[in-house]
Design a protein around this ligand. Structure first.
Ligand SMILES: [Zn+2]
Length: 266
């Protein structure tokens, strides 16, 4: 049963990414947090095209990356050395991977060469579930190159990798969703996971807010390392999103997004 599911992982991942996106898209239509002034159809099509391209690229490359990872597998990975209960290894894997992604995200903002790649995500002038997978394919490849060796040296069991993968897919979609959660619910949820109101601050046009709320699954690393902006939605309801220099419709076109790392000017 488990092996069968594993063999069909690509299909299941497709359903999780695009089914989750469609589900949240419907909720956004019912209870939106922000109402966009212009039609979003073109923006949605460009973002979804990039998401599809990224999905197929990841599906194509994950096998190659897995082969390389197995080749370099250490004799005694950390988790196999200490022998912990499965639940603990799963939690540890999620925590370590989330921590690595937090620092990687900070690096994408800190180093100009990495920012050129990550900027594709930040030029979106609106914030909804289609923003979630609006990443340049190079960003995905860099992320895989960094996180895979960590999983290998940690010795994370396959079940932990799978749980982490699907958790990050779902929280990533939810944290970008343009849905109106009651403030009390957002306050409770953000103790555990990154909520839309928490992550939207990171997409602000105001530099001080863009340089905060880097977390992917949990906001704990932002709290721990002092990069959390804990404003509630009502405190800045009309905050501008995106980057000042990239606000034209043409800037969101698929070909422009794919070439942006090479054409980007501050
Ligand atoms: Zn960012």
């Amino acid at each position: 049963m488990f092996d069968e599911l594993l063999a069909r992982n690509d299909e299941i991942e497709f359903i999780a990414v695009f089914g989750g996106m469609a589900f949240l898209f419907l909720i956004e239509a019912g209870v939106p947090r922000r109402i966009a002034e212009n039609s979003q159809t073109q923006r949605w099509l460009n973002n979804i095209s990039l998401a599809l391209l990224n999905y197929y690229l990841t599906a194509m490359l994950s096998f190659q990356f897995a082969v390389i990872a197995l080749y370099f597998q250490p004799e005694m990975p950390f988790l196999k050395h200490v022998e912990l209960p499965v639940a603990v290894t799963v939690l540890l894997t999620i925590l370590v991977a989330d921590g690595v992604n937090y620092w990687l995200h900070r690096a994408f903002h800190q180093f100009p060469i990495l920012w050129r790649v990550h900027v594709v995500h930040h030029t979106d002038t609106e914030f909804d579930v289609t923003t979630a997978n609006r990443h340049h394919p190079l960003e995905l490849m860099i992320t895989m190159l960094v996180t895979l060796p960590v999983a290998v040296f940690l010795g994370a069991p396959i079940i932990a990798v799978i749980i982490y993968t699907y958790l990050s897919i779902l929280v990533n979609l939810l944290s970008h969703a343009n849905i109106s959660l009651p403030n009390w619910l957002d306050r409770v949820l953000r103790l555990l996971i990154v909520t839309p109101d928490f992550h939207r601050m990171h997409h602000s046009s105001y530099h001080q807010y863009t340089e905060s709320n880097y977390g992917t699954i949990s906001p704990w690393f932002d709290y721990l390392f002092g990069t959390a902006t804990g404003l509630a939605y009502d405190q800045l309801p009309n905050m501008q999103l995106g980057l000042d220099r990239y606000r034209r419709k043409v800037d969101g076109r698929l070909d422009r997004l794919l070439t942006l790392p090479f054409t980007y000017r501050r």
